[in-house]
Design a protein around this ligand. Structure first.
Ligand SMILES: *[C@@H]1O[C@H](CO)[C@@H](O)[C@H](O)[C@H]1NC(C)=O
Ligand SMILES: *[C@@H]1O[C@H](CO)[C@@H](O)[C@H](O)[C@H]1NC(C)=O
Ligand SMILES: *[C@@H]1O[C@H](CO)[C@@H](O)[C@H](O)[C@H]1NC(C)=O
Ligand SMILES: *[C@@H]1O[C@H](CO)[C@@H](O)[C@H](O)[C@H]1NC(C)=O
Ligand SMILES: *[C@@H]1O[C@H](CO)[C@@H](O)[C@H](O)[C@H]1NC(C)=O
Ligand SMILES: *[C@@H]1O[C@H](CO)[C@@H](O)[C@H](O)[C@H]1NC(C)=O
Length: 423
């Protein structure tokens, strides 16, 4: 996992958002309910559908599903046609393989948009075609992406150019699907495959649902996180399978009310909160719920990590992990308040990230290392209110035994196998 890829946006973007919030506010407030579509210049979520200025089916806009013809312009045109109309508008991407460069799908839009994706989008291997990300929704509210198509980043063409394991300030390759400043979105049914970098990145989003999505990349592909989110609220991930080369799901600073249910992870680096404390002015992470999930063959299971020399003061609080099955996971339960990859931090041992009210309940299965439970908390700021309830994990290897390694963690254990009951 590379935190450089998770930096917050520039003030420029924040300014634009403030501006667009003002515009939206005025527009919404002045717009009467039933106005002729032609006159509808403002956002009107409840409006009747208007006839868009042009087609919404990309095959009628010059796209070719031959895997070779660049179809970027056809999708951009369909987006313009849909975004400028009212009511609910549906963009259609039929079966076929569409070679695509950067798609900047910006709002605000006057319609609600559904993108029906039954074809496969192939991200060009030409890195000059991208500014930053591949498919980026910016300031768009009320949209859905669904279908049985695939968003294929074609990562194998460029993974060799990723130098993030050598150079800390490395150039970030394009993330596949990015939602910035989005409220009310759902992504359903589609497959995300072989991203060049992260598969799905949410920044400053609200009310996002990810359901029945498959995310796949080889276990040894670099920085191919499944879903990352930061500064977001009310994100639900359900019935989703993630097998990648980095974190399956990572939850960054400023995120609250996340529910992950009935999903699978592995291979990958697990379901992670953090890294926290890397940058200044990070906000709390609160109310995270992970239930009925399976983690298999991953390096970590349920992890919370914060930098040893945290740059901001924040809290990680009210997390519930319930009914999680581990299969051969290297570190099934791990809180690390002394995270310091490649020794980039000063080892003061003094954290500013408070970790409290964390419940691990009904966590069963197998551990690939003896250390099934690791609670490595800071000397100056012990983890508080940690509960291990009905935790039964077994090391399956030989020549060692299952153990918990716990420092500075306060809380209680109940109905936990005795070698893991460290609280
Ligand atoms: C999001 O959806 C809710 C519920 O449908 C709606 O009340 C709200 O206005 C929507 N938000 C935006 C920004 O459109
Ligand atoms: C949270 O998001 C879901 C969609 O996943 C939506 O149905 C629900 O209304 C949202 N909750 C709130 C409080 O906005
Ligand atoms: C998603 O992944 C699961 C498990 O790997 C598989 O059974 C299912 O067929 C996949 N679905 C799609 C639409 O690819
Ligand atoms: C739990 O998750 C599995 C998929 O891993 C799903 O088949 C099952 O229906 C879920 N159970 C509940 C109670 O949601
Ligand atoms: C368990 O995981 C370890 C380390 O990732 C791996 O070497 C081993 O083959 C796995 N065992 C099984 C039974 O999958
Ligand atoms: C058993 O595992 C622990 C934790 O990984 C390790 O510190 C210790 O050296 C191991 N003992 C043996 C005998 O391998």
């Amino acid at each position: 996992m590379v935190d450089a890829g998770r930096r917050r946006r520039s003030n420029g973007a924040a300014l634009m958002v403030a501006l667009c919030a003002v515009l939206l506010g005025t527009a919404c407030a002045t717009k009467p309910a039933a106005k002729p579509a032609a006159a509808a210049a403002a956002v009107d979520v409840g409006a009747a559908p208007s006839v868009p200025a042009g087609p919404l089916d990309i095959s009628k806009l010059g796209a070719k599903g031959d895997g070779k013809t660049d179809s970027t312009q056809a999708i951009m045109q369909a987006w313009k046609n849909a975004c400028g109309a009212t009511g609910t508008q549906k963009i259609v991407i039929p079966e076929g393989n569409y070679l695509i460069g950067a798609l900047e799908l910006s709002g605000p839009c006057t319609s609600n948009i559904i993108i029906r994706l039954d074809g496969n989008l192939l991200g060009t291997g030409d890195l000059n075609a991208y500014k930053k990300n591949w498919i980026e929704f910016m300031r768009v509210d009320n949209f859905a992406v669904n279908g049985h198509g695939t968003i294929d980043g074609q990562g194998p063409l460029v993974w060799g150019k990723n130098e993030c394991n050598k150079n800390y300030n490395c150039k970030i390759l394009p993330n596949s699907l990015v939602l910035d400043y989005v409220t009310n979105a759902s992504i359903r049914g589609v497959t995300l495959k072989n991203a060049k970098f992260f598969h799905l990145n949410l920044f400053n989003c609200k009310n996002v649902l990810v359901e029945k999505v498959n995310i796949t990349a080889p276990g040894d592909s670099p920085n191919t996180d499944g879903i990352h989110m930061g500064d977001s609220e009310n994100v639900t991930i359900k019935a989703t399978n993630i097998a990648v080369g980095d974190d399956c799901i990572s939850i960054g600073p400023g995120t609250k009310h996340v529910k992950i249910h009935g999903s699978r992870c592995g291979p990958g680096h697990g379901i992670s909160v953090g890294s926290l404390g890397r940058y200044k002015d990070e906000k709390d992470v609160e109310d995270i719920e992970v239930t009925n999930c399976t983690i298999k063959g991953a390096t970590n299971g349920l992890r919370i990590k914060s930098y040893e020399d945290s740059k901001s003061q924040l809290k990680a609080t009210r997390f519930v992990y319930d009914q999680v099955v581990m299969e051969n996971v290297s570190y099934p339960i791990i809180i690390d308040q002394k995270y310091c990859p490649n020794n980039i931090c000063s080892k003061t041992g003094s954290s500013k990230v408070t970790v409290n009210d964390i419940v691990f309940k009904n966590i069963v299965g197998t551990s690939a290392t003896p250390e099934a439970v690791t609670l490595n908390c800071a000397n100056n700021l012990p983890c508080q209110g940690v509960q291990l309830v009905n935790v039964n994990l077994k090391y399956t290897g030989t020549h060692n035994k299952t153990m918990a390694v716990c420092h500075n963690a306060v809380g209680k254990s109940s109905n936990v196998v005795k070698e893991l009951a460290c609280l």
